[in-house]
Design a protein around this ligand. Structure first.
Ligand code: SAM
Length: 276
């Protein structure tokens, strides 16, 4: 694709291995900022700035921006393009290898706004959630299907382990769809912009230990076609125990994991533990 930088127009060959599908559309950019309300008191983390289209607006709006880019060629282009922008730090690294505590310990009002590389969507979300005490809001472009799964409301066949793994820590919202034709090069699937507001009161974490929640969650989704009761056999519970816990949670005996919200699932686990 052709790109314009300080030294004129050049060709840039996108790299598939880094999930490079660039988005340079002013309408989408405006829509992004109608949800991600960024101002000068905010610090923004961007994963994968690419050619810097979103980055430019982020630096204009935010107090400080940290943009993580893995690609040597793009880092060169970005460094040149933004050489005079003082509140933007381009960090040349694999985002997954970077210790974010270096940033979160010194900054406040941290938000993430990014069109991320899709091949590492779950690892990125998982890493950001680890810093939930410091990161307030996450706004990311992801595959449409992933956004549907993460933001699904029960009962829904879109509900998976990923839904609960995110919604246990924050409120996830499907914000808007972005057609694949708007990206360059055009990917195979449509995308969606997703917002996650991380819970500061740790409402669910107060009710159940995180490790325990995930132990039950993994068992619950071990076979999506089976009922929750059946899947609980993996953890040593019999039909009578799960039946009684399901009844206490107000669910039918053959209920499946996809019919549960986070709160219902916590109630179910606690009722089940009483059966032991
Ligand atoms: N934000 C740009 C845009 O909207 O046009 C680019 C988005 S593109 C989907 C993903 C970007 O993430 C690419 O620039 C790619 O080089 C970068 N990237 C891929 N893997 C990465 C990683 N592990 N760490 C940091 N950046 C990565």
């Amino acid at each position: 694709m052709k790109i314009l930088n300080n030294t004129g127009e050049k060709n840039y060959r996108t790299k598939k291995k880094y999930g490079q599908n660039f988005l340079e559309n002013k309408v989408i950019l405006e829509e992004i900022f109608s949800y991600a309300d960024i101002n000068k008191t905010d610090t923004v983390i961007e994963i994968g700035p690419g050619l810097g289209f979103l980055t430019e607006s982020l630096a204009e709006k935010a107090g400080q921006v940290y943009a993580f880019e893995i690609d040597d060629d793009l880092v060169k282009i970005l460094s040149e393009k933004f050489s005079k922008v003082e509140n933007l730090k381009i960090i040349h690294t694999d985002f997954m290898d970077y210790d974010l505590s270096e940033i979160v310990e010194k900054e406040k009002n941290i938000k993430v706004v990014a069109n991320i590389p899709y091949y590492i969507t779950s690892p990125i979300v998982g890493k950001l959630i680890k810093y939930r005490d410091s990161i307030d809001e996450i706004y990311i472009m992801v595959q449409k299907e992933v956004a549907e799964r993460i933001s699904a409301v029960s009962p829904s066949s879109d509900i998976s382990l990923l839904t609960h793994a995110v919604q246990f820590f924050g409120n996830a919202e499907y914000l808007f769809t972005v057609k694949k034709e708007l990206f360059n090069p055009v990917p195979k699937v449509d995308s969606a912009f997703l917002g996650i507001k991380l819970y500061k009161d740790r409402e669910y974490e107060k009710q159940i230990d995180e490790a325990e929640y995930f132990k039950y969650l993994k068992a619950a989704f071990s076979n999506k076609r089976k009922s929750l009761g059946n899947n609980m056999k993996n953890l040593g519970y019999d039909k009578q125990q799960t039946g009684s816990a399901l009844e206490k949670t107000g669910k039918k005996p053959l209920a499946r994991a996809e019919e549960f919200s986070v709160q219902e699932f916590i109630d179910f686990i606690n009722a089940l533990k009483d059966e032991k």
